[in-house]
Every structure is written in structure tokens, then in C-alpha cells.
Design a protein around this ligand. Structure first.
Ligand code: PLP
Length: 367
């Protein structure tokens, strides 16, 4: 169609869709592909959303977000930050879109970890910017010495996502501190995607914003931590000038995040989710030990709910096609990487599904 903008062809369709098409005929697959929690929003938080609707909180909020959620975040997670440094967004995806829009001119470069969450690359292409991949294989390390040579005068930002999708990697204090030094030295912005910040299993989460607060755009939200993927609420916190630019673009696009969901999210900020997280830690151990026992060699993920591990034979695509023939749904590494050597398992699933998946993988270990 001649009417479509060039950015349509520049943006690649998600490879994940092809896998779901391949799997469409499976009646009851062992599904380790889904990147969202297997629990539902806690009942009291659902009640908060319904109560907000009953009270008539159904109209627009101000573009920067409703008072309750803003005040709660500024009094807790972001104590000490100024009101003009916070924007309530249509979840992290909305924050990423607005952040890229505010930072990237056509031809500008953004450093993206490889493996990556698909949006990091595709949004750059959508805006005519250049995603420059920094390699984190084979152990998913953030290596400032490898990253620094990739920084040019066109580099505007670097994505730092910890815990990571698809690897589950959690970066150490030292790794983040070293990258923060480069961020400050080259005056670029670190975009910290904190969507999995609750799903951390082996100690406290280090944060790049602690080492370069004036150069960090933190994006977070409730989609994964509170199973609110469909509610579309999150936040962006960063330098006031950047947040105000993003607010201007939100005014002309999303307008505001969904109002009743913002009200419920205010109650979610300090709602205890520890039991859910403890449950996920057990699942992490279950899948990691199970994969080792089945002859695979995964790096132990410190967070999120993914394992990204090397195929025993063939490319990621070839191996996953065989998995699907055997009723197991996982995603080839090539959907998240410039390489197609690994596959991603999501363990946000029932224990018995994890066990069934491991048994299928054990059989597929050798061709
Ligand atoms: N960032 C990462 C790393 C993700 O894995 C996802 C969802 O899968 C998102 C952002 C999008 O999250 P949201 O629902 O907050 O837009």
C-alpha cells in the first residue's frame, strides 16, 4: 500500500508471532512461552479498581498522572524526587515509546543489550534511530569495558535492564557502577527498565540510578509484579527536562494512563507481594535444577521469570520447531537476539507444567 510511512517497513514484525502460528494447532501445549505471571491481581487491588469506578473516577487524570498514585510514589519508592521528575505512563511500553521519542533523532544511536526485549530494538528502528547492540553472551554480564568503545558522538542512550528479559540476569553493583561512570563521562542517558524489579531472588537489587541519578530514566510499573499486564499503568522518573518532554508527548498521544487503574495502582505500591515472589524463587530453582539434570547448561537466572539457554543441537529456530512437534512451546533465541543459538523458557507456569517441559527437553537433548 503506497500510503504507508517508511517506518512500517523499517520496523520488523515480532518473530514470536510466527512461533505462535506454528503452535496454533496444538490442543493443549506444555506452555513455557508466556511472559506474564501465572497468578491474578490480588483481590483487594481488584476491589480498589472497582471502587474507583463506582466513585466515578472514570474521566481523564492530568497528563502527568492522578494525585493519589503520584503522591504515593513520591513518598515511597521515589522519596526525594521532585514532582516534575515523575510521569505516570501507560506502563513501561508507554514510557519506552515516550522516552525514545524525547531522546532520539533519526540517525542517533542507542545501545541495546543483546539478548534484548524486542521493543528496545524495534522502537529505535521505528524512529529511524540506530540500535547498537552490546553483547552480553555467554553469561549475560554487563561489561563497561566492552560497551565504552561502542559509544560515539551519536550515542544518546543505553538500555540497562536488570533483571533482564530474556536472560533473567541481575547485574551487580560493580557492573552498574562501571557503566554509570561511562554514562556520566559521555553525557548519555541510561534507560533503566525496572519492570522485573520485584522478581529478584538472591539479594537486594542494585540500581544504576544510584550511581548516575541525573543521567537515568527509570521506567517501572505494575504489569509483572502485580499481574496487571492489562491495566497499563507505570511510571517514568528522571531529569525534569526529559520528563517534561515525555509529558508533552503523552499529552498528544496516550493523554493519561487509565484512571481507575491508576487509583488501584496507588494501593499496589506497598501491597505485600513477598509470598508471590518466594513462590517464583522456588520455580526458578525448580527449572534451573531440572534443566541441569536433563543435560542442559543454563546460567542461573537471578531474577525475572526466564531462563535463556543454549540449544543442545541446531539453531534456536530448528530446536524450537522440534519442541513444538513434541507439544512444548518455548521461544527461539533469535526472537531476542542477533544470534539464534539459544531458546527462552518462561517459568511463570504451574510446577507440573515446568516438570512436563523438562521431561520433553530431556528427550530432545540428543537428536
Ligand atoms: N520491559 C520488559 C523487559 C518486558 O519484558 C516487558 C513485557 O514483557 C515490558 C517492558 C512491557 O511491560 P508493560 O506491560 O509495563 O508495558
Amino acid at each position: 500500500m503506497k500510503n504507508l510511512a517508511e517506518r512500517v517497513a523499517k520496523t520488523e514484525a515480532s518473530g514470536i508471532r510466527r512461533i505462535f502460528d506454528l503452535a496454533a494447532n496444538l490442543a493443549n501445549p506444555v506452555d513455557l512461552s508466556i511472559g506474564q505471571p501465572d497468578f491474578d491481581v490480588p483481590a483487594p487491588l481488584k476491589e480498589e479498581a472497582m471502587e474507583a469506578m463506582r466513585q466515578g473516577k472514570n474521566a481523564y487524570t492530568p497528563t502527568q498522572g492522578g494525585r493519589e498514585l503520584r503522591e504515593k510514589l513520591l513518598a515511597t519508592t521515589f522519596k526525594g524526587r521532585k514532582p516534575d521528575e515523575l510521569l505516570i505512563t501507560g506502563a513501561v511500553s508507554g514510557g519506552l515509546l515516550l522516552g525514545y521519542m524525547a531522546l532520539l533523532n533519526p540517525g542517533d544511536e542507542i545501545l541495546v543489550p543483546d539478548p534484548y526485549f524486542v521493543m528496545y530494538k524495534q522502537l529505535a528502528l521505528m524512529f529511524g534511530a540506530v540500535p547498537v547492540m552490546y553483547d552480553t553472551y555467554p553469561e549475560w554480564k554487563l561489561d563497561a569495558a566492552k560497551i565504552e568503545p561502542l559509544i560515539t558522538e551519536k550515542t544518546k542512550a543505553i538500555i540497562v535492564s536488570s533483571p533482564s528479559n530474556p536472560t533473567g540476569a541481575v547485574y551487580s553493583d560493580d557492573e552498574l557502577r562501571a557503566v554509570a561512570e561511562r554514562v556520566k563521562k559521555h553525557d548519555i542517558i541510561a534507560i533503566a527498565d525496572d519492570i522485573y524489579e520485584y522478581f529478584v531472588y538472591d539479594g537486594p537489587l542494585a540500581r544504576i540510578r544510584d550511581y548516575c541519578p541525573d543521567h537515568t530514566l527509570t521506567l517501572g510499573g505494575f504489569s509483572k509484579s502485580h499481574a496487571m499486564t492489562g491495566w497499563r499503568v507505570g511510571w517514568a522518573v528522571g531529569p525534569a527536562e526529559l520528563i517534561q518532554a515525555m509529558t508533552k508527548f503523552q499529552q498528544f498521544s496516550f493523554v493519561c494512563a487509565p484512571t481507575p487503574m491508576q487509583a488501584a495502582a496507588a494501593a499496589a505500591v506497598d501491597y505485600p507481594m513477598d509470598d508471590f515472589i518466594a513462590h517464583y524463587k522456588k520455580k526458578r530453582d525448580r527449572i534451573y535444577n531440572g534443566l541441569k539434570d536433563a543435560g542442559y547448561d543454563p546460567v542461573k537466572p537471578g531474577g525475572a521469570f526466564y531462563v535463556f539457554t543454549k540449544t543442545p543441537w541446531g539453531t534456536g529456530t530448528e530446536f524450537v520447531e522440534e519442541c513444538i512437534k513434541n507439544n512444548l512451546l518455548v521461544i527461539p533465541g533469535g526472537c531476542f537476539s542477533e544470534r539464534d543459538t539459544h531458546f527462552r523458557l518462561a517459568y511463570s507456569a504451574k510446577d507440573e507444567t515446568i516438570d512436563q517441559g523438562i521431561e520433553i527437553l530431556r528427550k530432545l537433548r540428543s537428536r
